[in-house]
Design a protein around this ligand. Structure first.
Ligand SMILES: [Ca+2]
Ligand SMILES: [Ca+2]
Ligand SMILES: [Ca+2]
Length: 207
């Protein structure tokens, strides 16, 4: 499908675009993400032992390892601490402690789609949460206006394979939680990519 799309783009004269950057969509709506990437797998952390403390630098599940930098720790919770955080599916969720940190998801296999539900980030102080694939920043959130225990979703769907996702928090004292991590290689490819291919084909026909 990617190859076919590249051929269509080449025919339309935009191969340079396709070779220097990837096409991708960022989603803040979970339903829209799942509609575009219906075949993704979801990790809800329900099979992990619950400890309700920040005793881990990394946590490994079936298809990825998530690790946190510096002096921050994280752990499997089923009881929200007094500063909040909660499960968005089932009862278990992952809680991250409160120093500025990089949270990196290392996937066992290359993927095209990835998503996460985050809760209680941005209520402690001013700062940003940046989402990166490798060194590429694909989205950045500002804490302005975010309230305690607020949930947000972030999803990414692109046409270039990746295996590492990093969330960088700049707020000191900010603890937050996440749950429902989605990942996979969706088939069929997204409507937007089909639309891009269709548009290219239309342009070609007009020549
Ligand atoms: Ca869960
Ligand atoms: Ca918080
Ligand atoms: Ca809070």
């Amino acid at each position: 499908m990617v190859l076919k799309r590249a051929m269509i783009l080449a025919a339309a004269g935009v191969l340079a675009l396709a070779s220097v950057g990837s096409a991708f969509d960022v989603y803040s709506d979970e339903s829209a993400f799942l509609a575009a990437a219906p075949a993704v797998t979801m990790e809800s952390f329900e099979s992990l032992a619950v400890e309700n403390d920040y005793s881990h630098a990394s946590i490994t599940v079936q298809d990825f390892t998530v690790s946190v930098t510096g002096s921050s720790g994280m752990g499997v919770y089923d009881t929200p601490p007094s500063w909040d955080g909660h499960a968005t599916d089932g009862s278990n969720f992952i809680m991250i402690s409160s120093t500025p940190q990089d949270l990196t998801f290392a996937m066992n296999n290359p993927i095209l789609a990835w998503g996460i539900n985050v809760t209680d980030w941005g209520d402690w102080g001013a700062g940003t949460l940046t989402f990166r694939l490798g060194s590429q920043i694909v989205h950045e959130m500002d804490s302005t206006g975010i309230v305690s225990d607020e949930e947000f979703f972030w999803g990414y769907l692109g046409d270039q394979y990746f295996d590492s996702i990093t969330l960088t928090n700049t707020v000191s004292g900010e603890a937050y939680s996440f749950d429902e991590v989605y990942y996979g290689v969706p088939e069929p490819m997204t409507l937007s990519m089909l639309a891009a291919g269709g548009l290219a084909a239309l342009r070609r026909r007009k020549k």
